[in-house]
Design a protein around this ligand. Structure first.
Ligand SMILES: O=c1ccn([C@@H]2O[C@H](COP(=O)(O)OP(=O)(O)O[C@H]3O[C@H](CO)[C@@H](O)[C@H](O)[C@H]3O)[C@@H](O)[C@H]2O)c(=O)[nH]1
Ligand SMILES: [Mn+2]
Length: 745
C-alpha cells in the first residue's frame, strides 16, 4: 500500500484551541502521474499523426474505412484517457479523529441526524434485509434522541410495514444489547453469522431475532399477515389503510405514513429512549411521474423536514448496513468543521464496499476505481461524486445553491425551521401526508433546482454533479474499517442488467443540457468537468471495445495487416500505448490500493466484457429512447440469493443460465477471437508472414473469454451458457465473418 508523504493541512475550527479533527495529505503519486500523463499524451498525438497519414495515403476504400474506424475508436479511447487524468492530477488521503468531537462538543450540542433508507419491492428486496439495514443504524453510537430513521417503501407493501413493526419491537432489545456489549457489527444478520462470543444472553437474543425473522419471512412467503401476528390495535389500524382503499396497488395508492417509534414516548428495555422510526410509502398514481428513487428521496426530505428537520441526512440503500457504530462521529469531523461549512461542504461520501464477494471478484464488483481510487482523486479537486448510498448530506445543500440566502421553499421545509412538535401530532402528520402526495411537486423546483434531481436513471450521479455545479463541494471519507457494507449481485445477468441501467442513466446526463463536457466544464472548471464527462460518456467506450474485439481479428482471418509490423518503429509506439495504459491501471489497482493480481485480472476482463454487452446495449437502448421508442425504467437489482447460484458464485463461476442478447455479443467475440487466434498461430508456426499485433490481441481476448468457452462447452450446471445463446452467437459470428470476407478479401 502506498504511504502518503507530506502532511498538507490540518483542520482547525475556532479560536478556542480546537482539537484536531482531520488531516489531509497529498499523494506521492501526484508528480509521477503528471509527468506520465504528459509523455503519454505525446504518444497519443503521434498515433493520431500516423492515422492521418495513412488516411491521406489510402488507395482503396477498404483501407480507408478500416483506418477511419480505428481512428474513431482511438479518438474515443483518447477522450476517455484525457478525461480520466482528472482523477490523477491530485489524489489526496484523509484521516479523521472522531474521538475528538466529544472533546469540544457537549452531547446536547450534537446535530440531529435523519437517516433515509429506500426500498422498492418486498420480493426483490427481502424485508428481513431492509430491517437489518435499519437496525444497524438505529444502533449507532450516537445520542438516540438525535437520531431518526425514515424508511421509504416504493413497493407500497404492507409486508414491509409489518417487517418494520417487528423491527421496532426487536429494537427495544437489540439496541441495549449492542450498547452493553459494545458490538462493532450491529446488523443482527451479520452479527449472528459472525464468530460472536456465546453466552446465555446472546443465545436469548438470537432466539428472539430468529423468531422475528421467521415471522417476517413467513408473511412475505404467504403474502398475508395473519391475525395472530397483529398484536396491537394500532397495528391493526395501520393495515386497514391497505384494505379501506379500493384497488390499492403498488402503482396506485394514497400515502401511508406510520410512526413506528417515537423518541419522546418509546423506551428500550433498559429504559433508554429509542430513535424515531417512520415508515413512509408516498402516494402513487399511474398518471403522475414518480421519478423512482430520486422522487422517493425528495418525499423523505420533506416528510423529515416536517417531523425532525435534522441538519444532516444520511442516505442508505436497503442493501447496505452500517459496519461501524461510530461512523456518524467520523462524518461530523467534516460536517461540523466551520472551515468546511465556509467552504460550501454539501456531502461527505463513504465508499461503497461489499461483503461476500468471491475471492477473485469475477464480476469486478468491488469497482475499485469507481468507489475508491477515483473519489480520492477528486477529493483533491472539488470532491467526489455522490454514490447514492453511504453519504452524509447537509440538508441545506438540497435546498438551493450556496449563495441563495433563504431557499425559496415553504416555512416547514426551510433548514432553519425548528421542528419541535411531537412527530405524531395531527398537524405534523397532516403536513407530512400533504408533502408525500404525488401532485405536491407540480410547478415547484423539486427535482430541477432543489432536492434530488430528476431526469437520469443515475440520480445519484446527476444530483451530485448538479450540486457541485452550483458551487457545493464534497469530501471523500475512506476509513480503514468499512463504514458500510453492501451486497453486490452474484448473478452475472443481474450484474450486467444493473450496469446497463447505469450506462443509460449516464448517457441521459451526457446528452442533457447540463452535459458535463459543456455546462460542467464551465461551471466547475476543466478537470472537474472532465471527471464527470469521463463517467457520463463512458458507455461510448463500447464503440472502441467492440471495434477492437472484431475488426483486427476479421482482418487477420482475411490476411489483412492493419497494425505496424514488429520491425517498424511504430510498433514501439503501439507497445508503449498499450503497456502504458495497462501497466498504470495494474499498478494503481495492486500497488496503490492493495488489490490482488487476480482481482485486477477480473477487473480488466469485466471492462472488456461490459464494452461488449451492457455498455453496447445501454448505448443502443439510449439511442432508441432518444428517438421515442420506450425502454425500461429503474429496474431494481434483485437482492434475493439463490443457494445454488451462490455456491457457483463462490466457486468463481460466471452465472449465465438465461438466454440474453447481452451474452450473444459477448459469445460472438469469444468465437471470432478463438478462430483468429488459432488461424494466426498456424500461420506463425508455418512461418507465414502475419500480423503479430493482431495475433497478440486475439490471444489476450481469448484469455479473457476462457470462462465463456467453459460455460459453452465444459459446464453442465444450471448456470452454463444456454444452448440457444451459443447457437445464435455461432450463426451470427459466421454471418459477420462472411460479410467481412466479401469486403476484405
Ligand atoms: O423506484 C425506485 C427504485 C429504486 N429504489 C431504491 O434505490 C436503491 C438502489 O436500487 P438498486 O436496485 O439497489 O440499484 P443499484 O444499481 O444497486 O444502486 C446503485 O445505483 C443507483 C442508481 O444510480 C443508486 O441510487 C444507488 O445508490 C447505487 O447503489 C434501493 O434501495 C431501491 O430500493 C427506490 O426507492 N425506488
Ligand atoms: Mn444496490
Amino acid at each position: 500500500m502506498e504511504e502518503p508523504c507530506s502532511r498538507e493541512s490540518a483542520a482547525t475550527n475556532s479560536a478556542h484551541a480546537p482539537p484536531l479533527l482531520y488531516t489531509l495529505t497529498t499523494s506521492r503519486r501526484t508528480v509521477p502521474n503528471r509527468v506520465f500523463a504528459a509523455v503519454y499524451f505525446c504518444a497519443i498525438m503521434a498515433l493520431f499523426s500516423r492515422h492521418v497519414q495513412i488516411l491521406l495515403h489510402s488507395k482503396t476504400l477498404v483501407s480507408f474505412s478500416v483506418t477511419l474506424t480505428l481512428f474513431v475508436s482511438d479518438l474515443v479511447l483518447a477522450f476517455l484517457w484525457v478525461s480520466a487524468q482528472s482523477f490523477r492530477v491530485r489524489p489526496v488521503y484523509r484521516k479523521e479523529y472522531p474521538e475528538n468531537i466529544e472533546k469540544f462538543l457537549e452531547q446536547s450540542d450534537l446535530p440531529g441526524l435523519d437517516v433515509f433508507i429506500c426500498t422498492a419491492d418486498p420480493y426483490m428486496e427481502p424485508p428481513t434485509r431492509v430491517v437489518n439495514t435499519a437496525l444497524s443504524v438505529m444502533a449507532y453510537e450516537y445520542p438516540t434522541e438525535k437520531l431518526s430513521i425514515y424508511v421509504s417503501d416504493d413497493g407500497g407493501s404492507s409486508l414491509t410495514l409489518f417487517a418494520f413493526m417487528e423491527a421496532a419491537k426487536f429494537a427495544a432489545h437489540w439496541l441495549p444489547f449492542c450498547r452493553k456489549n459494545e458490538l462493532a457489527t450491529r446488523s443482527p444478520d451479520e452479527y449472528f453469522a459472525s464468530n460472536y462470543s456465546r453466552s446465555s444472553e446472546t443465545d436469548k437474543i438470537k432466539v428472539m431475532y430468529e423468531s422475528m425473522r421467521e415471522r417476517v419471512k413467513n408473511v412475505v412467503e404467504t403474502g398475508r399477515i395473519d391475525d395472530e401476528y397483529v398484536t396491537s390495535d394500532q397495528a391493526r389500524q395501520a393495515f386497514t389503510q391497505w384494505t379501506t382503499y379500493l384497488g390499492f396497488t403498488r402503482q396506485n395508492h394514497p400515502s401511508v405514513i406510520q410512526v413506528l417509534l417515537d423518541k419522546n414516548k418509546d423506551r428500550d428495555i433498559a429504559g433508554h429512549c429509542l430513535p424515531n422510526l417512520v415508515y413512509v410509502s408516498r402516494q402513487k398514481s399511474p398518471t403522475s411521474p414518480h421519478h423512482f428513487k430520486a422522487g422517493a428521496l425528495n418525499v423523505l426530505v420533506r416528510v423529515s423536514a416536517a417531523m425532525t428537520n435534522a441538519p444532516v441526512i444520511l442516505t442508505l440503500d436497503c442493501d447496505m448496513y452500517s459496519n461501524d457504530p461510530r461512523t456518524v462521529f467520523r462524518a461530523l469531523c467534516y460536517v461540523l468543521d466551520p472551515a468546511e461549512i465556509q467552504n460550501r461542504l454539501a456531502f461527505v461520501q463513504f465508499p461503497q464496499e461489499f461483503h461476500g464477494l468471491n475471492e477473485n471478484d469475477i464480476h469486478g464488483s468491488e469497482h475499485k476505481r469507481l468507489f475508491k481510487l477515483n473519489p480520492s482523486g477528486l477529493d483533491g479537486l472539488l470532491g467526489p461524486n455522490y454514490l447514492g448510498t453511504g453519504c452524509f448530506i447537509r440538508r441545506r445543500a438540497l435546498l438551493g445553491d450556496p449563495s441563495t440566502p433563504v431557499p425559496p421553499v415553504i416555512k416547514e421545509i426551510r433548514p432553519d425551521h425548528i421542528a419541535d412538535n411531537p412527530i405524531t401530532a395531527p398537524s405534523v402528520l397532516e403536513f407530512a401526508h400533504q408533502v408525500a402526495g404525488c401532485n405536491y411537486e407540480n410547478q415547484t423546483d423539486w427535482g430541477s433546482k432543489i432536492g434530488f434531481r430528476y431526469g437520469s436513471l443515475v440520480e445519484d450521479f446527476f444530483t451530485g454533479f448538479r450540486l457541485q455545479c452550483e458551487g457545493w463541494r464534497s469530501i471523500f471519507c475512506n476509513p480503514e474499517r468499512a463504514a458500510f457494507l453492501g451486497n453486490a449481485p452474484i448473478n452475472f445477468h443481474d450484474f450486467l442488467g444493473q450496469n446497463k441501467r447505469w450506462q443509460i442513466g449516464l448517457l441521459e446526463v451526457a446528452s442533457s443540457r447540463y452535459s458535463p463536457i459543456t455546462f460542467g466544464v464551465k461551471a466547475m472548471g476543466l478537470f472537474m468537468g472532465l471527471s464527470y464527462s469521463f463517467y457520463a460518456f463512458f458507455p461510448i467506450a463500447s464503440i472502441s471495445i467492440t471495434t477492437y474485439s472484431f475488426l483486427p481479428q476479421l482482418a487477420l482471418l482475411n490476411g489483412l495487416n492493419i497494425f505496424p509490423k514488429v520491425s517498424e518503429p511504430w510498433f514501439l509506439l503501439y507497445t508503449f500505448l498499450f503497456l502504458g495504459a495497462y501497466g498504470q491501471d495494474f499498478l494503481e489497482y495492486t500497488v496503490v490500493s492493495g488489490g490482488t493480481i487476480r482481482r485486477w485480472w477480473s477487473d480488466q476482463r469485466i471492462w472488456m466484457a461490459k464494452g461488449l454487452s451492457c455498455s453496447l446495449f445501454g448505448l443502443s437502448e439510449f439511442l432508441l429512447k432518444s428517438i421515442g421508442i420506450p425502454t425500461q425504467g429503474f429496474n431494481v437489482t434483485s437482492k434475493v440469493v439463490d443457494k445454488e447460484q451462490r455456491k457457483r458464485y463462490e466457486q468463481g463461476l460466471l452465472e449465465f443460465g438465461v438466454p440474453s442478447p447481452m451474452f450473444v455479443t459477448l459469445t460472438m467475440a469469444a468465437i471470432i477471437n478463438l478462430c483468429s487466434f488459432i488461424y494466426g498461430l498456424i500461420n506463425l508456426v508455418s512461418g507465414k508472414e502475419g500480423d503479430f499485433m493482431q495475433l497478440v490481441l486475439s490471444a489476450l481476448i481469448v484469455m479473457n473469454c476462457l470462462p465463456i468457452y467453459e460455460a459453452m462447452v465444459l459446464r453442465s450446471d444450471k448456470g452454463k451458457m444456454p444452448a440457444t445463446t451459443s447457437v445464435t452467437a455461432t450463426i451470427l459470428a459466421l454471418a459477420v465473418y462472411s460479410v467481412a470476407y466479401l469486403i476484405l478479401k
